[in-house]
Structures are given as C-alpha cells and as structure tokens.
Design a protein around this ligand. Structure first.
Ligand code: TXA
Ligand code: MG
Length: 336
C-alpha cells in the first residue's frame, strides 16, 4: 500500500472520512504527538490499530472527539469535570470517565471506563469534525518505540502499512497528553503531561497523582510497559555524575563508536567539543525536543548517553517520566 502524506485540505479530509468509514486507520497530527486513528465504534478497525502497532491487548486507547462533540452520549460526567473541560479543552488533557459502553469494547480493553481527548491542533479538529465519530487513537509509533512528533516519524514506522498521514507539521507540545482519572471524588493523574497537577488543582481544589506499587495491577496499563525506547544502545547518568558520562563517551569513541550526549542546555554548555543533543533550558523546550532528539539519536549514534536534567515539578514531571523510561530507568530509582 502507498502511504500518502497530505496537508489537511478539503480533498485530504474527504479521503480521511472515506477511509474511516471503510474501517481503515488514518494517522493525524495533534499538538502533543501524532495519533493513529480508527472509528472507535468499529471493532475490526480498532483491532487493526493494535495489530499495526504490536500493542499489548490490555493497554486501552483514547477516544478523540472534536470540540463540539456531545460526550455525554459516551460517558458519565461527574460534576467537577465540567470546570476542567472548560479550563483545559481543547488541549493536551485526556480525561477518564465511567463509560456508557457506546464504543467497541476493544477501545478500553474491557475496562468500564473510557478516556476522552479533545485535541487543540487545527489539523486534528478538522479531521475529527469531518468524520464526526469518536476516533480511537494511540500515538502513531510501533509499540515501545519513541512517539512521533512529525509526519516523517510516522512514515518511518508505518510506511506502506497505512493509507494516509494528515500532516500538520511538527507537534509543538512534544510529550503525550496528561491522563487524568475522573472516576473518583478527586481527580487523579495517571500519566503526567503538559497540563500539570498544579494547574488541575487550581481549578478543582485538589488533584492526586497515581503511583503504581510493586505487584499491583496498574490503573493505567500503558505505564507498566517499557516505552519510548530509541533503537540504539543507551546509557544514563545522574546530573552529579557527568564525569562518569564523559568516560563512557570516551570508551565508546575508543572502540570506533559514535557516542552522543542528550542533556539539558546548561550541561551541554559544559560539554563543548563533544557530540551533544541539547534538549533546551525550560521544561516546555525539553518536552518539545525530547522525542525528535531520541529519534535523531537513534539514526546518528551508536550509543546515546542521557544525563538527567535537574528541574523537578510541573511540566518537568512529564518530561522526566518519558526521559527516564526511554533510558530504561525507573523513576523511583532517581528520586532524591
Ligand atoms: O497525547 C496523547 O494522548 C496521544 C495523542 C495521539 O492523542 N495519544 C496517546 O495514546 O498517547 P497512547 O495510546 O499512546 O497512550 C494512552 C495512555 C496509555 O498509557 C493508556 O494505558 C492510558 O492512556 N489509558 C487509555 N484509556 C484508559 C482508561 N480507560 N483507563 C486508564 N488509562 C487509560
Ligand atoms: Mg503511546
């Protein structure tokens, strides 16, 4: 199959609608990462997403809708959720609600909840308005690979396997949406992202953060899997161990390898003369650069040497979570 990469003009949107109605998948831009979408009501179409990605059968998908879609047909909406929708949607916040069972059971992998996201990207909004059905979509990467933030990244993973990528340019947010469980009395963050705990608490007074305990069945199954891994060897060092990281770089070089550092701007400045991917200075810059640099790293480096950024809290929670997991580190090991 030929994979078309098209800007979201009228012809492309009409083709996308045709594909979705025929039970095909369509990749599309969002402001966080690109998604791989299918009609959430169509069992066979949803299963196609799992098959294409090689995604574990117990990791539920998010249903995406346009900003005027009436979600009360799909889910129960606890009263406090109205203020959150008003404050943050459309935007990078996914809310998990009690499901009314109106989409394929494959979307939520048999759970009694359904997660809904209203992306802000004009390309995503145009696509969702045109198809006017809930679109189940995970990130458009092969399972466990780094999430895609350009149409080219999607093509790198799925060229020839999907019919269409709606190209809205680079995803500026850079890390996936915050996933917020809204089934309890107080909302609880299942996956950190650009809408932070502090921002949510400022609207509804309180917001919990879910931490999976050892041996426990995860509330957000995706968090239990190794994720975001670049396709090259990796090493990881804490901020205070930069000298060890430099020795590691030297060893790789001495055996003919091509090492690269991946570090925040302040650290890169101290590493002049070394090959370095500079994540930037602010948490937002680091979020926007992380996946593109992990993907560039796997193309150029034999060994990608990550150095832990110093900042904590807010958007940095999401950035740290993705960075540590890309380098095979558990967050617990690195709390100080
Ligand atoms: O920014 C994003 O959220 C992107 C774009 C494409 O919208 N999507 C995305 O989807 O990151 P995915 O499938 O890669 O990650 C969805 C996460 C997983 O960790 C999954 O376990 C969790 O959301 N999730 C989905 N539905 C859930 C539910 N009903 N209950 C708990 N967790 C859920
Ligand atoms: Mg994903």
């Amino acid at each position: 199959m030929k994979t078309l990469v098209l800007p979201p003009d009228q012809a492309a949107l009409a083709y996308a609608k045709e594909l979705i109605e025929a039970g095909e998948v369509v990749a599309f831009h969002t402001e966080t990462v690109y998604g791989l979408g299918a009609d959430a009501r169509n069992d066979a179409a949803v299963r196609k997403i799992f098959a294409l990605k090689g995604r574990p059968q117990d990791n539920p998908l998010i249903a995406h809708v346009h900003e005027n879609y009436d979600i009360s047909a799909l889910v129960e909406t606890p009263p406090y959720t109205a203020a959150l929708r008003k404050a943050f949607l459309p935007g990078p916040l996914t809310m998990v609600y009690p499901s009314k069972g109106q989409v394929s059971p494959a979307v939520s992998c048999g759970l009694e909840t359904l997660s809904i996201r209203v992306p802000a990207s004009p390309t995503a909004q145009a696509f969702l308005r045109t198809v006017n059905v809930p679109v189940a979509a995970p990130s458009a990467n092969r399972s466990k690979h780094v999430s895609p933030v350009t149409a080219q990244h999607v093509l790198d993973d799925f060229n020839g396997d999907i019919p269409l990528i709606l190209d809205g340019g680079p995803s500026q947010g850079g890390i996936e949406s915050t996933v917020l469980d809204c089934t309890g009395a107080v909302p609880q963050i299942l996956r950190a992202g650009l809408v932070t705990r502090e921002m949510i608490a400022s609207v509804v007074g309180d917001c919990g953060v879910y931490h999976m305990r050892a041996g426990e069945k995860p509330r957000s199954p995706g968090m239990a899997y190794k994720h975001y891994a670049p396709g090259c060897r990796t090493a990881f060092f804490r901020a205070q161990n930069v000298e060890d990281a430099v020795r590691c770089y030297g060893r790789e070089k001495s055996v003919g390898g091509t090492p690269y550092f991946l570090a925040e701007h302040a650290v890169c400045r101290t590493l002049s003369g070394y090959a370095c991917f500079d994540l930037g200075s602010t948490p937002e810059e680091m979020a926007a650069n992380l996946y593109a640099m992990l993907r560039a790293g796997e193309c150029s480096a034999t060994l990608l040497i990550g150095i832990e950024p110093c900042a904590r809290g807010g958007v940095m929670d999401g950035v740290r979570n993705r960075l540590l997991r890309a380098f095979g580190q558990s967050e617990g090991d690195h709390e100080t």
